[in-house]
Design a protein around this ligand. Structure first.
Ligand code: S3P
Length: 448
């Protein structure tokens, strides 16, 4: 089932060269944060380029429920914030749909205000672990009442008098880090998060942009991020860069589709997000960064990807995992078209995403004729080389947008078409995926 209706079966067939420009939507991580920080500032934040995928729309709705005004006029989203500590108690349950980022960041943002809110989501979100967020929120004085195993639906009772926290994240997660920093906004004194491996730093950058004092230092323990609590956040004008995690799909499709030459303009290349592109270059991909520049505090470039028939399997360094965590599904597809093995260690977190992504990809790849080995925190794809990947089977998307899009990319270069049982979840992060890919010349779409 898709998260918002009947399943949408999709099919992708072998395609001739993809050509043209791929204007992918705004960055999902930055879009969520623009709305949440906009809602916590005093005055009107303006956001253009916001991703209008279901995940972000659910966050917009949640911010309204907490008392912020959020509306779109023309191409601009206007967020009238209520200030740090100014959230009102929502009159109903907050439904975050499919979005782990949405629910975890919002829980953090409300946990140090003395209000109560109940959160739920779709079947995927309601099976994902929330203790990783509620454990540190409890240190601030918030209480959480959820289902067994710390699952949604869950009620958070915000702290009456929050105390600041020093917290070392036990898993590499920007969502956990961000939830703690957002909670720290309404605690007095300094809140400190320590992460062993650097994860995406959009929260730190944006908090600084909104006028909060945030310091990041590297220490033997890892990255130490210190936030000074109870700032007055100043409204901002935000231009959301395009999403590197969405760019990954047309880029990877171009690499494995004969005769392709695709330009993906204006892609956010924050080093905490760009691991996939370096990995692809190491595999021998004809991938270049053009026009490198900085926009809105984030590094940006235009990516050009060309058909690359001689890709080689590689060992992906475990320490790179955090910077490409959402890209392993589509990387595993590219790896199937490379010669030799691609080994991907240090990726336990893939098992608790919108689906168990190692299991979902390994099962679908095997059905489509690709050998995959896996362990709890690693997997290996045995590449068959270009022109020798059978395809012909239906993969299950498990309510996971990136699984659905990865198999659609795969089918563009397999011998027989590849199907997914449900492409509905694609709308959570990349609602124009089908139109954009077909405009480039990809033969994919809904099955009658
Ligand atoms: C995100 C962090 C990552 C990523 C997700 C977006 C964010 O999750 O997978 O798509 O915006 O902070 P984790 O923090 O669980 O690694």
């Amino acid at each position: 089932m898709s998260s918002h209706g009947d399943p949408i079966p999709m099919i992708a067939r072998k395609s001739a060269g993809l050509k043209g420009e791929a204007h992918v939507p705004g960055d999902k991580s930055i879009s969520h944060r623009s709305l949440i920080l906009g809602a916590m500032a005093v005055g009107e934040t303006k956001v253009t380029g916001l991703l209008e995928g279901q995940d972000v729309l659910d966050t917009a709705k949640a911010m309204r429920a907490f008392g912020a005004e959020v509306e779109k006029r023309g191409n601009t989203w206007h967020v009238h914030g209520v200030g740090v500590g100014g959230f009102a108690e929502p009159g109903n349950v907050i439904d975050c749909g499919n979005s782990g980022t949405g629910v975890r960041l919002i829980m953090g943002a409300m946990a140090t205000t003395p209000i109560t809110a109940t959160f739920t989501g779709d079947a995927s979100l309601n099976s994902r672990p929330m203790a990783r967020v509620t454990d540190p929120l409890a240190l601030f004085g918030a209480r959480a009442y959820g289902r067994k195993g710390g699952r949604l639906p869950m009620t958070i009772v915000g702290a009456e008098a929050a105390i600041p926290v020093r917290y070392a994240t036990p898993v590499p997660s920007a969502q956990v880090k961000s939830a703690v920093l957002l909670a720290g906004l309404n605690a007095p004194g300094e809140t400190v998060v320590i992460e062993r491996e650097a994860t995406r730093d959009h929260s730190e950058r944006m908090l600084t942009g909104f006028g909060a004092q945030v310091r990041t230092e590297d220490s033997p323990e890892g990255r130490v991020i210190t936030l000074v609590g109870q700032p007055e956040l100043k409204p901002q004008t935000i231009i959301v860069p395009r999403d590197p995690s969405s760019a990954a799909f047309p880029v990877c499709a171009a690499l494995i589709t004969e005769g392709s030459d695709v330009l993906v303009p204006n892609i956010g290349l924050n080093p905490t997000r760009a691991g996939l592109f370096f990995t692809l270059q190491e595999m021998g991909a004809d991938l270049t960064f053009e026009n490198m520049r900085e926009e809105g505090g984030e590094p940006v470039a235009d990516l050009r990807a060309k058909f690359s028939p001689d890709l080689k399997g590689i060992e992906v360094p475990a320490e790179r995992a955090a910077s490409m965590i959402d890209e392993y599904p589509v990387l595993s597809v590219v790896a199937a078209f490379a010669s030799g093995k691609t080994h991907m260690p240090g990726v336990k977190e893939l098992r608790v995403k919108e689906s168990d992504r190692i299991d979902a990809m390994a099962t679908g790849l095997r059905l489509n004729g690709v050998e995959v080995d896996e362990g709890e925190d690693w997997w290996t794809v045995h590449g068959r080389g270009f022109g020798d990947v059978p395809g012909g089977a239906t993969a299950q998307s498990h309510l996971d947008h990136r699984i659905a899009m990865s198999f659609m990319v795969m089918g563009l270069a397999t011998e027989a078409p590849v199907r997914v049982d449900d492409g509905g979840p694609i709308a959570t992060s990349f609602p124009i995926f089908e139109r954009l890919m077909t405009t480039l010349g990809a033969d994919l779409g809904r099955e009658a």
